[in-house]
Each structure stands twice: as structure tokens, then as C-alpha cells.
Write a protein that binds this ligand. Structure first.
Ligand SMILES: [Zn+2]
Length: 317
């Protein structure tokens, strides 16, 4: 007999936690599979990431040295994407907004249309088990490359992607630079997201949301620094798609027990719980829920409320 999510959490039954439907609305396709899946494919182990890395730069130093050489090509990317769907389904994830970086098009002779054809086939292959909603990802570091910016506009015009996500270091590209692309994405009916406030600056979160007319923020945990910004996010129902283990490992947060998601939640900010880069951070959505319960951040009932709200927001079954 199946047991409910609250009982599964309070009895620390991970198998039962996995059977409850969940969403993952902050995950990047390139690092979205379990590292163990890649190791199985390669036939050898990969060096684990350090428990603490210095921000996104520290993470990329690890990823570039250890992971990228094995997967930075079409075959590797496609293996990871298929594995990610299997890993998510095993974890009880029924809806994913997975971001596909524009640079992945470089793996395909026919560029973005061929990348979209692959994603389309992936959606079809798994549609009875999980609803994969393709998200188009753009790194701020690519904003000064006219070729990639043109490609980004082309990607929006295709009408294939349902949402857009902007990421990497805030300081290399002010949100105003991305305004034309986001305006076009808005007109195309896409959901608008950006990474901001992963490490600092609550005001920058509000500014980015206002400039780009964001629907949701990836991370946004620095909002905790300002009661006013939290109130503003709550009033405008701007959802923060939080990835707890990512925040701890990249040292935006010292440990899980002191994760600001508790204060954000208490201030009425809508939050969801997500993986970010499963290959690096190693915790599935179910494990993230379990960790938040075990570390005393939330009660089982509160995690149930977050889980149900995340499903309702996206209209998942
Ligand atoms: Zn992210």
C-alpha cells in the first residue's frame, strides 16, 4: 500500500518520498543526469566535486576539468539528456522545465532546428511518464557575441521553447542588455526567468524582475536580506526556484539548516525545490525534500504544501 508524502518524510522512507509527484523547474540539461549514470556509460568513475566550491567559477572549474571533456559533444549531451529523463522519472518528477543552452546548437550540423528536433523526440518518448517543457537557456557571458544573440532571437522565433532562462554572473551583463530578447519572448507567450540573487544583493533581484518583466527567479535567495524585497516578491507572487544543495556547495549558504528558504517561505514568497545540476550537486528533488526535513528547515506538512503548490502552479497532473 502506498503511503502519503507526509508519512514518507516523517518515517524517512525515501522510496515512498519518490512515489509522490514533484516538479523540477530549475535544471540545466547539460549537467542534468546523475554523475553515476555518466560513469556507467563511460565505464569508469569520475572525480567527485569538493563539498564546497567557490561560487559559479569554482563549479565551472570542476565541471570543465572533470565532466565537460566526456560530454561536450552531441553524443555526450544526448546521453545526458536521456539519462536525466530516466533519473527524474525514477525520482517521481512529473514535470520538468529543463533549460537547453543556446550553445548546444553548435553540436548539430543543422544548428538550432536539429537541436529542437532532438528535444521534441525526447518529449514524445517520455510524455506518458513526465511532461518535459523545453526551456531555452542563455548565458550572460554570450550577450556580447552578435552571432549567439542572433541565434537566441531565432530560437524565440521558432515558437518551440516554452520558457527562457538567463544565467551566469550578473555583473557581466546588466538586465537592460537582454531587454529586447525578453520582450520578444514575452510577445511569444514564453515564461520569463533569470538567475539572480544567488549570492548577494536583494535590490538587484527586484531590479532584474522589473527590467525583464520576469515571472520567476532562479535562486533569488538574497531576497532574504531585505524584508521590503521579500514583501514585494510576495505581493507580486514572483516565485523563487530554489536549489538548496547547490546553494550550500557553492557557498552562498553555509549549511542546509540555515538555508534562507525558511525565512523566504515565512515571508510569503512562493518557493519551489529543484536540482540545478544533478551531475554536480548529486541530490534529486526527492532527496532535496528529504534533506530539508531532516535538517529541520521545514515540517513534513510545510514540504507537502510546497510540493502541492509547485504542481498547481504549472498545472501538472
Ligand atoms: Zn541554475
Amino acid at each position: 500500500m502506498s503511503i502519503d508524502f507526509i508519512e514518507a518524510l516523517s518515517t524517512d522512507n525515501l522510496t515512498a518520498i519518490k512515489t509522490s509527484p514533484k516538479t523540477d523547474v530549475h535544471c540545466h540539461a547539460f549537467f542534468s543526469a546523475r554523475r553515476e549514470s555518466v560513469e556507467g556509460w563511460l565505464g569508469h568513475p569520475l572525480t567527485k566535486p569538493p563539498l564546497k566550491m567557490k561560487g559559479v567559477e569554482g563549479m565551472m572549474a570542476y565541471a570543465d576539468a572533470i565532466l565537460a571533456p566526456h560530454i561536450k559533444h552531441r553524443e555526450g549531451f544526448e546521453f545526458v539528456a536521456v539519462s536525466a529523463m530516466n533519473d527524474a522519472i525514477q525520482d517521481g518528477v512529473v514535470m520538468l522545465e529543463m533549460s537547453f543552452d543556446i550553445r548546444l546548437a553548435e553540436f548539430y550540423p543543422n544548428g538550432i532546428t536539429e537541436l529542437c528536433a532532438f528535444i521534441e523526440a525526447l518529449i514524445k518518448r517520455y510524455k506518458t511518464q513526465a511532461d518535459l517543457r523545453p526551456e531555452f537557456g542563455f548565458s550572460r557571458g554570450c550577450a556580447d557575441d552578435p552571432k549567439l544573440m542572433n541565434l537566441a532571437h531565432e530560437a524565440v522565433e521558432l515558437g518551440f521553447f516554452q520558457s527562457i532562462d538567463l544565467y551566469s554572473r550578473q555583473e557581466v551583463c546588466p538586465p537592460e542588455v537582454m531587454k529586447p530578447l525578453f520582450t520578444k519572448a514575452r510577445a511569444a507567450g514564453m515564461k520569463l526567468k533569470a538567475h539572480v540573487g544567488e549570492f548577494e544583493d536583494a535590490e538587484e533581484i527586484r531590479r532584474t524582475v522589473e527590467v525583464l518583466d520576469l515571472d520567476e527567479v532562479q535562486h533569488g535567495i538574497a531576497a532574504v536580506e531585505s524584508v521590503e524585497v521579500m514583501r514585494w516578491l510576495s505581493e507580486n507572487q514572483i516565485q523563487l526556484n530554489v536549489c538548496p544543495t547547490s546553494n550550500v556547495m557553492l557557498d552562498g549558504v553555509s549549511d542546509l539548516a540555515s538555508h534562507p528558504i525558511r525565512i523566504l517561505f515565512d515571508n510569503g514568497v512562493p518557493v519551489t525545490i529543484n536540482t540545478d545540476d544533478l551531475m554536480i550537486f548529486g541530490q534529486s528533488v526527492s532527496e532535496e525534500y528529504r534533506n530539508l526535513y531532516r535538517s529541520g528547515v521545514f515540517s513534513a506538512q510545510e514540504l507537502e504544501d510546497i510540493r502541492c503548490a509547485s504542481l498547481a502552479t504549472v498545472g501538472a497532473r
